[in-house]
Write a protein that binds this ligand. Structure first.
Ligand SMILES: *[C@@H]1O[C@H](CO)[C@@H](O)[C@H](O)[C@H]1NC(C)=O
Ligand SMILES: *[C@@H]1O[C@H](CO)[C@@H](O)[C@H](O)[C@H]1NC(C)=O
Length: 238
C-alpha cells in the first residue's frame, strides 16, 4: 500500500509574480517537455521515505536549479526534505510550498546528505539549490499553468485515489470519478502536449520507472482532472 497524504484545501492568493506572468502572454508551442532539456532527474520510487510531497519539493528545486544554472539536473536529497520539512510529531509535511527550503538555505545533493538519523542534518552538507519563495497557481487555472510551465516544472496535489490511477499503464488518463478537491498525492508536471485532438499534461510520479509510461503519466488537460490545478505551486528564485 502506498503512502498517501492528507491535507485541507487552501486558498491561494495571486502574487505579483503571477500577475506579471499573465500580462506577458507568450506564443506557445503545441508540445513542451522539460525532459528534452535535461532538467528532470530519473524517476524515483518513494519507497521508505514515503511521502510524495517530499519528492515533488526536491524535484522542483532540482529542476529550477538546473534551468537557472543551465546545467543537467542532479538529484537532491528527498530525505533532507522529509527530515527538515515534515512536522516531527505527525510526520506529515508542513504545507508551505517551498518555503521550508528557503529557510534551509537550499537543499543538499542526494549523496552528500547524512541519512538515517531521523533528525534534520542540514549542517552535514552544503546546500546547492537555493530559492527565494513559492509561487501559487490560482485554483483551477490551467491556462495559468500553461504559462508557468515554460518557466519551471510545477508541483501539484492530485486525487490518485481511484484504482484506475494506480493501475495506469499508458495513454492519456481521464476518469470522471476523480475528485478535484479530495487530493491525496503529489506529482511534478514537466510538460504538456496534444495527441489526436486531446490535450494533456505530462506528469512525473514517484512510484518507480515501471509504473505508467516509464514512471510518467499523461493526464487530460483543461478539465482540472483529478484536481491537477486545484493546489499547484512552484519554486521562485529571483
Ligand atoms: C541517502 O539516501 C539516498 C537514497 O537512498 C542515497 O542516494 C544517498 O547516497 C544517501 N546518502 C548518503 C550520504 O549515504
Ligand atoms: C539549517 O536550517 C536552519 C533552518 O531550519 C537554518 O537556520 C540554518 O542556517 C541551516 N544550516 C545550514 C548549515 O545550512
Amino acid at each position: 500500500m502506498r503512502t498517501l497524504i492528507r491535507f485541507s484545501l487552501a486558498v491561494f492568493l495571486f502574487d505579483s509574480f503571477n500577475c506579471a506572468i499573465l500580462q506577458h502572454a507568450q506564443t506557445r508551442p503545441d508540445r513542451f517537455d522539460w525532459r528534452d532539456y535535461g532538467v528532470i532527474t530519473p524517476v524515483s520510487d518513494q519507497g521508505m521515505i514515503g511521502d510524495p510531497v517530499d519528492f515533488v519539493i526536491a524535484e522542483g528545486i532540482e529542476s529550477l536549479f538546473a534551468i537557472q544554472t543551465k546545467t543537467k539536473a542532479i538529484p537532491l536529497s528527498k530525505q533532507e526534505v522529509a527530515d527538515c520539512c515534515d512536522d516531527p510529531s505527525t510526520h506529515q509535511p508542513l504545507y508551505k510550498g517551498f518555503d521550508c527550503i528557503v529557510a534551509l538555505g537550499g537543499l543538499c545533493v542526494d549523496y552528500s546528505y547524512k541519512n538515517g538519523t531521523g533528525t534534520c542534518n542540514n549542517g552535514s552538507c552544503t546546500p546547492v539549490g537555493k530559492i527565494t519563495g513559492t509561487g501559487y497557481i490560482p485554483a483551477g487555472r490551467e491556462d495559468f499553468m500553461l504559462k508557468v510551465i515554460h518557466l519551471t516544472p510545477i508541483a501539484v496535489f492530485i486525487d490518485a485515489g481511484q484504482s484506475s490511477f494506480e493501475m495506469y499503464t499508458s495513454g492519456i488518463y481521464s476518469d470522471p470519478s476523480c475528485s478535484s478537491t479530495q487530493l491525496d498525492h503529489a506529482v511534478q508536471i514537466v510538460g504538456y502536449g496534444t495527441e489526436a485532438g486531446v490535450d494533456y499534461w505530462t506528469v512525473k510520479n514517484s512510484w518507480g520507472p515501471t509504473w505508467g509510461e516509464q514512471g510518467y503519466m499523461r493526464i487530460v488537460r483543461g478539465k482540472n482532472m483529478c484536481g491537477i490545478a486545484s493546489m499547484a505551486f512552484y519554486p521562485l528564485n529571483k
